[in-house]
Each structure stands twice: as structure tokens, then as C-alpha cells.
Design a protein around this ligand. Structure first.
Ligand SMILES: Nc1ncnc2c1ncn2[C@@H]1O[C@H](COP(=O)(O)OP(=O)(O)OP(=O)(O)O)[C@@H](O)[C@H]1O
Length: 271
């Protein structure tokens, strides 16, 4: 699958290297919803080619931070940054151009559309000729659609959905829907993939498969943010881990540092 999940062409080699190494940054983020402070002065840096686990008790602000990094919410204070770009109010198109893809706690798919079409929707931001040329059956549009279809098919095989590419999304089981969301995110050719509780409702074997997919994505140079309650899984697969508690940064470090931190054990992991 890594051959499919490759980087994009971005001008000169040095420019490409700088871009490839640039992190997606949350800088001193505060987010208030009315009187509730969901995040309070939290920073996090997601580097390309690493898995960054984000854990913490229910309501600690994990999804809010993911929503902030993906541009769904604007910070009350602080900044989301990629290179020299402040993403506070970045549009969907800008986010796609930067290469930030995400999945949701409850998969958001188009239920009546086939699995392949759901996946291709993730790739349309890269189409040069666009919907109109395709709808009008112009040669450039047709060629582009064929290329997107091929890539989406490869991705679906890569995440283990090769046998169901023509099935409607609502005919998939829960785990398959989760992997479909990941394939759709990867179709964007992202630099950063933000996963919101991807292991929720999966069996042990399915979680192992998820781990293999995430490792391949990381090895392709993509930065993966993993918001997850399955802490064993997070510690096993992450390069770095950030823990939140009631909207504040509790601990940040390697999996071993976080796992053995007395405060993290006290408020989240238990004895
Ligand atoms: N759109 C919103 N409007 C109002 N309050 C919100 C909104 N989104 C989140 N919150 C509140 O912000 C706090 C943090 O929520 P968030 O969903 O980020 O936590 P979480 O750590 O992801 O929790 P969980 O593990 O249960 O998914 C909670 O108190 C939540 O109720």
C-alpha cells in the first residue's frame, strides 16, 4: 500500500524536503464554548512520519483539538500553523491543499453510494479538470476519473476492503465503515491523517489490522494523530503521546514516559 500512499510533487527538491518535514502545529490553543473552556492553552505538534497518540478522560478536549487541527473549529485564542500559514479560518479547499485529512468518531459516509465512490470523493480536490469536465464527458475529465478510480481501488485493497468495493456503504459492517473512512482520507493524499477513535467498536483482530494500516501510513511519511481510548493500543503504536485532562495538557512524551507518569496514572490510567 505504501506505493499508493506516496508524497506529492512540490517544486524544487529543497522546497520539497522542507515541506515534507514541516509539522502541523497547535500553538497555545484555547477554545471556549460559551462559559465552558474545552481547551486551555494547549500546544501539540504533529510531525510527518510519526504516530502521535492523544489520550485523556472523556470530555478532556481531544476531539476539540482534532477539530481545531482539521479546521472544523476556530480557536478562541492561539493558532493552528502549517509552515508560514495560519489555519485559523482555513477553508475546506485550503485544508485539502495543505493535506489534512480526518475521520470521525461516527463514520460519515454517503450510505447509498458504493464504497469505491465514497473513496473517490476524498480525491476530487486533486482533480484538475474537475466535476464539470467529467460530467460533460470531456477526455481530460474521463482520464482523470479513471486515474482517481484506480488509486481509490488500490487504497481499498490496501485497507482490506478489496472484496467490497462495489457494495453500498450502508451494506458494510462497523469495522469496514471505519476502514472506508481511512481509505477516503488517504485518497486526499494527505500529509496528516487525523483519526478520531478509529478503534472504537473494533474486535482485537480488527484493531491489529488497524495498527498495521496506521504503521504503513506512517512509514509513507504521513503524520497520524490518533485520538483513542484503547490506551494499550496507543502506547504500542505511537511515537509520542500527549495526555489531556479537563482541557489542559497533562503530560507529553514518549509512550514509556507517559505510561509511567504518576499524574497520568492517577487521573486516567488507574493503578
Ligand atoms: N460544539 C460544542 N459545543 C459546546 N460544548 C462542546 C462542543 N464540543 C465539545 N464541547 C465540550 O467540550 C468539552 C471537551 O469535549 P471533547 O469532545 O473535545 O472531549 P473528548 O476528550 O474528545 O471526549 P470523549 O473522549 O468523550 O470523546 C466537553 O465538555 C464537551 O461537552
Amino acid at each position: 500500500m505504501s506505493a499508493v500512499i506516496d508524497g506529492r510533487a512540490h517544486g524544487a527538491a529543497s522546497q520539497r524536503e522542507a515541506t515534507a518535514a514541516a509539522p502541523l502545529q497547535a500553538l497555545k490553543i484555547t477554545k471556549r464554548f460559551g462559559g465552558l473552556t474545552a481547551l486551555d492553552d494547549v500546544s501539540l505538534e504533529l510531525r510527518p512520519g510519526e504516530v502521535h497518540g492523544l489520550i485523556g478522560p472523556n470530555g478532556s478536549g481531544k476531539t476539540t483539538l482534532l477539530n481545531m487541527l482539521s479546521g472544523y473549529y476556530e480557536p478562541t485564542a492561539g493558532e493552528i500553523r502549517y509552515r508560514d500559514l495560519s489555519l485559523g479560518a482555513a477553508s475546506v479547499q485550503q485544508r485539502a491543499a495543505i493535506g489534512v485529512a480526518r475521520t470521525f468518531q461516527k463514520p460519515r459516509l454517503l450510505p447509498m453510494l458504493p464504497v469505491l465512490d465514497n473513496t473517490m470523493l476524498g480525491a476530487w480536490s486533486h482533480a484538475r479538470s474537475g466535476f464539470l469536465a467529467t460530467a460533460l464527458g470531456l477526455p481530460a475529465g474521463r482520464a482523470e476519473e479513471a486515474a482517481l478510480r484506480e488509486r481509490a481501488t488500490e487504497l481499498l485493497h490496501g485497507v482490506g476492503l478489496g472484496a467490497v468495493i462495489h457494495r453500498r456503504a450502508n451494506g458494510l459492517d462497523h469495522a469496514q465503515q471505519r476502514f472506508l473512512e481511512i481509505a477516503r482520507g488517504l485518497a486526499l493524499q494527505p500529509r496528516f491523517l487525523l483519526l478520531d477513535e478509529p478503534a472504537g467498536g473494533l474486535t482485537g483482530a480488527e484493531i491489529e489490522h488497524l495498527g498495521a494500516v496506521i504503521r504503513t501510513v506512517r512509514d509513507a511519511g504521513i503524520g497520524v494523530l490518533l485520538v483513542e481510548h484503547h490506551t494499550d493500543f496507543v502506547f504500542r503504536i505511537s511515537d509520542r503521546v500527549t495526555t489531556l485532562n479537563v482541557g489542559r495538557l497533562l503530560r507529553h512524551g514518549t509512550p514509556d514516559e507517559v505510561r509511567h507518569d504518576p499524574e497520568v496514572i492517577r487521573v486516567y490510567l488507574g493503578a
